[in-house]
Ligand binder design. Structure first.
Ligand SMILES: *[C@@H]1O[C@H](CO)[C@@H](O)[C@H](O)[C@H]1NC(C)=O
Ligand SMILES: *[C@@H]1O[C@H](CO)[C@@H](O)[C@H](O)[C@H]1NC(C)=O
Ligand SMILES: *[C@@H]1O[C@H](CO)[C@@H](O)[C@H](O)[C@H]1NC(C)=O
Ligand SMILES: *[C@@H]1O[C@H](CO)[C@@H](O)[C@H](O)[C@H]1NC(C)=O
Ligand SMILES: *[C@@H]1O[C@H](CO)[C@@H](O)[C@H](O)[C@H]1NC(C)=O
Ligand SMILES: *[C@@H]1O[C@H](CO)[C@@H](O)[C@H](O)[C@H]1NC(C)=O
Ligand SMILES: *[C@@H]1O[C@H](CO)[C@@H](O)[C@H](O)[C@H]1NC(C)=O
Ligand SMILES: *[C@@H]1O[C@H](CO)[C@@H](O)[C@H](O)[C@H]1NC(C)=O
Length: 838
């Protein structure tokens, strides 16, 4: 401004000599003439076009440069340079684009409007004589100024956000007209039944609520500079970030300052960062980002527009898993359905959301309320801050790829540090390279042809093996014996398994553990425990490798693979069938192996994952239980970030206490065993549903047939023309029904199971096992226990991805299964074993 000592409003006063107070019909403002204005008598306010961008303009009432009302509403309606604001002779006020399109009008044609007046308070009134027909104060956009009366029929809008006054006198901020993220009513000591409340800002800087039933207006908020300053315009504005603020505009310095904000913590504004966006603070200003690299910004130029998944859950070809966000919550405000709030622990909060088709994210509060919020598909608004006592999970199409932590605080300071690190790394790397080169040369010259070099470690290791202690292998040895991890035997629970041949020609199975973040010492302790667990019916651990991040276990090789191949023949293996005798001896062997784990070995082990896939058969078809003791290897805390892929499904074998978030005990293994036993008799997956089983799960149907005495119906059809000991089969079926009782206390111990199978003790008639133990079907999950109402109804499309529906149809899921399954198992087992230790 060229006239620094003359305030703008005074300047306008000079100009106002050229404009009359009344605006006559027929007058027009042109967007191309920004100097054209209709001003108030003392020139405080003027109606004019202001430039939104160099080529787009909006018609606004302003004081100096501050717009307090805009034609066409909050999400600014802009015109090109050919646009105009026309006060038609019909009495209509109309905003027209250059092309002639009508973008907005006041709708006052035919109301006898004779003229318009912009008064000194900033109100533009269309009048019939002295009667007000329409005014901008009654049709506010996003701002309230002093002397403007805001009633319950008015609304301020900015984007998806709105501010309104309820009929009962509460001030509310809403998102999408529904979610109330701020709600302030009268102090209860002054509350009364209001009749027609109104709200406004006093020029001193006080927000007040008035009502005919109140003797005086009630102060709702003070601006921090209230009653200060002389030439101030104070106004309330709903900003585009969803917060309602008081601004003080100093006409002298032409600076406006925020003096109060309704929502103290901007990140608490619902939807501020858009759908799936996460709000956090960088220094003191809120920033929006996406939860992880599995997401991308909807609009790369505007992070508040929210995020979208790079791979949608519905189209997920891989593994659906839960991304963990520490110290984060998903905002939950009324009227969010109370049925989405549950009282369950953190693991159940995560698992239930993962399993529930109608859940996209969950928040587990650590504030003492024990609450868990499940978010249904729609709009999810996140907040992450080191001070938040909650952990959140969000469904992603795995694998999880966390945000690079540097990007959040990539200031000059850190980038400088980063440079130093790079320089240091280059120097160290170069030195290391030189040393390696020397060592390489030395090896090339001296040792290349010496057999001693290769021989030094392996025979020594094998000596240890012979003595029974676990052998420590180097990673190089194992890579060599597995020919570079070429021949994959399968993808077991805790990692892939490869065939290998040791130097002494022993064939082994090498399991490459995934996601073990444990320290070397602890890992070796667990390995020692596992390898000291010897039993004829347990797979023997030969050795291990713990080198850097590599953790591998070397097991004896089981020639005949896992039991499921024989029980549920798939295309490739349909020729292999076990006769009744073998089945019964495998059942007994398995029971003995588990009994040993539970009752006879020094550190008792709960297996946690009994299923046919974990029962291996040696060359004589005798049963060996595998994968025991591994759950303890997974470090709960570190592990929750990681994803394990390629997990086989175990849904049908999970005891109800898994879902009910009750303690997991050895009785949970008994449950899994019961299911396996039933499958060995029937050759059918326990959760299989077919026309033959009347559309019921096989285990449910089998009990009904058992009650009717139809044992033949239950026994595997493929055994009909072979010899089946029906007395043994009946015993096995009875035992299995005892094992799958809903109440853990009703299930027998594994020791008792062995005795029952052997016919040493009498078996009472088993009561009906509850139907609702299969957590994959929404229908049955209701029955499990009252705590399990937390499982949201499942959607079939998601279950397809998580593997559940595949089980229903009876197939084994090899790849696209629940990656999280094991983490769950591991954590629960860990908790359990910690409990039992104390
Ligand atoms: C508007 O007025 C300013 C001075 O008040 C003048 O410099 C400018 O040329 C005018 N613009 C137009 C388009 O009339
Ligand atoms: C106004 O007209 C311009 C071109 O004349 C056009 O690009 C713009 O989209 C129009 N605006 C609206 C809101 O119709
Ligand atoms: C305008 O006001 C006059 C008197 O004040 C009234 O008679 C007339 O009906 C009004 N016109 C309209 C269209 O309401
Ligand atoms: C213009 O009028 C308003 C309301 O009467 C008053 O508050 C304001 O101080 C006046 N402004 C000037 C520059 O006279
Ligand atoms: C906003 O609300 C409307 C209806 O009230 C609904 O149809 C729409 O999906 C909501 N928008 C979002 C982004 O949730
Ligand atoms: C009004 O706001 C108060 C908080 O200031 C709240 O306790 C009350 O429930 C609200 N009333 C309604 C009807 O929303
Ligand atoms: C309500 O107002 C009374 C006096 O007006 C005050 O003493 C009391 O602290 C207020 N209560 C709340 C919750 O603001
Ligand atoms: C408000 O109205 C209810 C009944 O409509 C009455 O019970 C209550 O006492 C009233 N409260 C006040 C403060 O008048």
């Amino acid at each position: 401004m060229n006239l620094p000592f003359l305030p703008l409003c005074a300047l306008l006063l000079l100009l106002s000599a050229f404009s009359s107070a009344d605006i006559r019909p027929g007058a027009t403002l042109h967007a191309s003439h920004l100097n054209d204005t209709w001003t108030s008598p003392n020139s405080t306010f003027s109606l004019r076009f202001i430039a939104a961008t160099p080529t787009s303009f909006s018609a606004a009432i302003t004081c100096a440069h501050i717009p307090i009302w805009r034609a066409g509403g909050a999400s600014p309606t802009v015109v090109d340079s050919g646009g105009s604001l026309q006060f038609l002779t019909s009495g209509n006020l109309r905003l027209v684009n250059g092309s002639g399109t009508i973008l907005w009008e006041s709708g006052t044609a035919g109301h006898g409007v004779s003229h318009a007046v912009l008064d000194d308070s900033g109100n533009l009134v269309l009048r019939n004589g002295t009667i007000s027909v329409w005014s901008t104060f009654e049709n506010p956009t996003d701002t309230i100024v002093p002397s403007q009366i805001f009633t319950s029929s008015n609304t301020l809008r900015a984007g998806s956000f709105s501010f309104s006054l309820t009929k009962s006198g509460n001030l509310t901020l809403r998102w999408n007209n529904s979610i109330v993220y701020w709600n302030q009513g009268l102090n209860s000591s002054v509350s009364s039944n209001l009749t027609s409340p109104s709200f406004g800002i006093q020029s001193l800087g006080i927000l007040t609520l008035s009502d005919p039933t109140l003797s005086a207006s009630v102060v709702m908020a003070y601006s921090s500079d209230y009653a200060e300053g002389s030439d101030m315009l104070r106004f309330v504005r709903l900003d585009s970030d969803g917060n309602l603020r008081i601004y003080s505009f100093d006409r002298g310095s032409r600076i406006s300052t925020v003096r109060w904000a309704a929502v103290k913590d901007q990140c608490e504004v619902f939807g501020y960062c858009g759908d799936l966006g996460i709000c956090s603070y960088h220094d003191s200003s809120p920033v929006c980002s996406c939860p992880s690299e599995n997401f991308e910004l909807v609009d790369p130029k505007d992070s508040t527009k929210g995020c979208k998944r790079k791979e949608e859950i519905e189209n997920c070809a891989g593994v659906v898993t839960m991304l963990e966000l520490q110290h984060a919550k998903f905002l939950t405000y009324p009227p969010e359905s109370p049925s989405q709030v549950f009282f369950v622990g953190i693991l159940a909060c995560r698992l239930n959301c993962l399993m529930g088709g109608a859940c996209v994210a969950s928040t587990s509060l650590s504030d003492g309320t024990g609450s868990c919020y499940m978010k249904v598909p729609g709009f999810v608004s996140g907040y992450q801050s080191p001070t938040l006592p909650s952990t959140s999970y969000i469904k992603v199409c795995g694998p999880v790829s966390p945000n690079p932590s540097a990007s959040l605080n990539g200031g000059d300071d850190t980038s400088c540090k980063l440079h130093m690190w790079i320089v240091a790394a280059v120097v160290v790397g170069t030195l290391l390279g030189l040393v390696l080169l020397q060592v390489g040369l030395w090896w090339w010259c001296c040792c290349r042809n010496s057999p001693k070099f290769w021989g030094s470690s392996v025979p020594h290791a094998l000596l240890e093996y012979a003595s029974g202690a676990p052998v420590r292998f180097s990673y190089k040895d194992l890579r060599y014996s597995t020919k570079g991890f070429k021949e994959k035997l399968g993808a077991g629970g805790f990692g892939a398994v490869y065939r290998g041949v040791l130097a002494n020609r022993t064939i082994v199975a090498v399991k490459q553990l995934e996601g073990i973040e444990q320290g070397e010492k602890q890992f070796r302790m667990e390995v020692a425990t596992i390898s000291s667990t010897h039993h004829l019916n347990l797979v023997r651990l030969i050795g291990f490798c713990s080198e850097g991040r590599h953790r591998l276990l070397v097991y004896e090789f089981m020639k005949n693979g896992s039991l499921d191949i024989f029980l549920f023949p798939t295309g490739g293996h349909s020729g292999r069938l076990l006769n009744w005798e073998s089945r019964f001896s495998i059942a007994l062997g398995t029971a003995r192996g588990i009994t040993y784990l539970h009752e006879e070995c020094r550190d008792c082990i709960v297996h946690c994952d009994i299923k046919p896939e974990n029962i291996l058969l040696d060359e004589n078809y005798s049963a060996k239980v595998s994968d025991f003791g591994l759950a303890k290897l997974i470090n709960l805390k570190d592990h929750r970030y990681r994803t394990l892929t390629s997990v086989r499904g175990t849904r049908g074998y999970l005891a109800p206490e898994w879902l009910a978030n009750l303690p997991i005990t050895s009785k949970s293994d008994v449950y899994g065993y019961g299911m396996v036993l039933l499958e060995m008799v029937s050759g059918r997956r326990n959760f299989e549903v077919s026309a033959e089983s009347n559309g019921k799960k096989f285990s449910v149907w089998a009990y009904e047939e058992f009650e009717k005495g139809n044992m033949e119906g239950i026994v595997d059809k493929r055994l009909v023309d072979r010899e089946v000991n029906m007395e043994q089969a009946k015993r096995a079926v009875e035992v299995s029904f005892w094992c799958i009782q809903e109440q853990p206390s009703q299930r027998p111990t594994m020791g008792k199971v062995v005795q029952m199978l052997e016919g040493i003790i009498e078996i009472e008639k088993p009561p009906a096992p509850k139907a609702g133990t299969e957590e994959c079907t929404g229908e049955s999950s209701r029955n499990v226990s009252s705590k399990v109402v937390a499982v949201p109804p499942s959607s079939s499309s998601l279950l397809e991805k998580t593997g559940c529906s595949s089980f229903v149809s009876g197939r084994t899921v090899e790849k696209s299964s629940l990656s999280a399954r094991n983490v769950e198992i591991a954590s629960a087992c860990l908790l359990q074993s910690e409990e039992s230790e104390t």
